[in-house]
Write a protein that binds this ligand. Sequence first.
Ligand SMILES: Cc1cc2nc3c(=O)[nH]c(=O)nc-3n(C[C@H](O)[C@H](O)[C@H](O)COP(=O)(O)OP(=O)(O)OC[C@H]3O[C@@H](n4cnc5c(N)ncnc54)[C@H](O)[C@@H]3O)c2cc1C
Length: 465
Amino acid sequence: VTAAVAGAPARLHKRLADVVGAEAVRSDPGALAAYGIDATPLQRGKPSVVVFPTTTEQVAGVLRTASEAGVGVIPRGAGTNLSAGTVAHHGEILLVLTKMNALLEIDAENLCAVCQPGLQTARLGDAVEAQGLLYPPDPGSRTTATIGGNVAENAGGMRGLKYGVTRDYVLGVEAVLASGEVIRVGGKVVKNVAGYDLTRLLCGSEGTLAVLTELTLRLVPKPQASSVGTAYFGDLASAGRAVSRTLAAGVLPATLEFLDAYCIKTVEAFAGVGLDTSAGALLIFGQDGSAETVSADMERIADACRAEGATDIRRASDAAEATRLMEARRAALPALARLGPITLLEDATVPRSKLAEMVERIEAIAASYGLTIGTFGHAGDGNLHPTCVLASNSAEEVERAHRAFTEIFAAAIELGGVITGEHGVGLAKLPWLEANLGSAQMALLRRIKQAFDPAGILNPGKLGS
Ligand SMILES: Cc1cc2nc3c(=O)[nH]c(=O)nc-3n(C[C@H](O)[C@H](O)[C@H](O)COP(=O)(O)OP(=O)(O)OC[C@H]3O[C@@H](n4cnc5c(N)ncnc54)[C@H](O)[C@@H]3O)c2cc1C
């Protein structure tokens, strides 16, 4: 599927302008360069044209036009994905959904919200909180990323341990198939076994099965109170044991994040929030609920940390300090990114009981390849973000990092984990997917893709190809 036919881009531009209006189609060099990249380092492509639809009918028209022309289509939200999920390598149409960004309804009676895919996650979160409700998924990119991108990647966040990830909040989806047909799957109902669970299948489908044009999302009542605390440890193994001890004590924290020693120093140098840079590991923990539950649980988490040798355990004294601590964790990626010309942020998940062992494996692999890799992530979910800061952008160093990550993913699989917990496969993780899933499962993914998109026009060359 390609637009690489002589004269094709100009004809395609004209046909798309007939569908969405001339002002909503761009194929000037600036637009093609800007939309040729996403947040993934080292990956650059070039679409043949960029379109900005404003209605579901226009999306359907774009897909029909693409099918007729035999050109691929890459749906895109804010382009913050870290797996090259929106990089165009075959002159595809970039279908940018950010103009479809309306919050259509907050339905307090049915505890749900209905929105278009281009709505920013933080805008949804703020709007529902103003009505005493909570939309729990909170990826670090929430002020930029879109709900459509979150659903297509099945994004996680810092509340994942207690509240789950995006897919746990998707009740219904309006989607446009490659044929241009519009389907509505699920809706405001909370119980639904009418047919295969296509809602779940579309979550995490990375723009390869359909274009999401409307989402119905589950909300929960906003907790009355919340609190955040920190505990420093001599090493990450002790912090990992404190996580297990906390969960074994029957506490399910709303937040349980970690930074290793390298990340603590880097974040402190960047954000200056007063972190103890002599520590071997930092746990940031939090709870929400009734004031009594929060108070009792925060004490029990502190007890678990103390029992595992935490040197300094603190609780934020007010909401501003709690926000600062959470921001310190969110600052990990930008802080690391300042240190070198290329920062490779990766994503792997292991059973949480293997967290400390996985970090040790990462440290050993980094040392054997002569690389600097800092690790932070969601301790409660066993989801790690080993992040490699390259000293240069030389091909040799990039290749060395690639080999190190191949070993890191092999270690995650060996420990019973997966090669991505929340950032998706995209182009970047495709080389490792079969090692994780096996050939029979890969073949099944391809047959599912074939059933949705027989001509292979949706996000070609990625998941399911
Ligand atoms: C600083 C930073 C922090 C981050 N923190 C987190 C985090 O905590 N947790 C996490 O999970 N991720 C995180 N991410 C990764 C990224 O933000 C998420 O994957 C996010 O969900 C992507 O949303 P987006 O709108 O930018 O989507 P895009 O990057 O535009 O697209 C992502 C994928 O979704 C598809 N897609 C987009 N919109 C649609 C649609 N309407 N229909 C069909 N397919 C569509 C695209 O084709 C692509 O495959 C982070 C990224 C950055 C840069």
